[in-house]
Design a protein around this ligand. Structure first.
Ligand SMILES: [Zn+2]
Length: 88
């Protein structure tokens, strides 16, 4: 099973930019700001997230739920989007 589910991919793509290369960040910015509906954007996202996961899986600052161990919506979120556990 692919350990990367959509919410985790979104989180990595959005919040783990410091693990991306300058080229990846540039490509991401261009895709997001100039071509929000561009077809290649999901491809770009998939490629960047996959590389980060392969090379930095254990360094990525993931905000995981203490109960179900799945990803929170943002780095500061204190409630799980899956099981709704609240760790405030
Ligand atoms: Zn949870």
């Amino acid at each position: 099973m692919d350990p990367l589910y959509d919410e985790l991919k979104d989180y990595i793509y959005r919040y783990c930019e410091r693990f991306m290369t300058a080229d990846e960040v540039d490509a991401k910015r261009i895709a997001l700001y100039h071509f929000p509906s561009m077809e290649s954007e999901p491809v770009l996202k998939e490629r960047i997230v996959k590389r980060l996961w392969e090379q930095h899986q254990h360094e990525l600052p993931l905000n995981l739920c203490p109960v179900c161990n799945r990803i929170a919506r943002t780095p500061k979120a204190r409630q799980c989007q899956f099981c709704f556990y609240n760790w405030h």
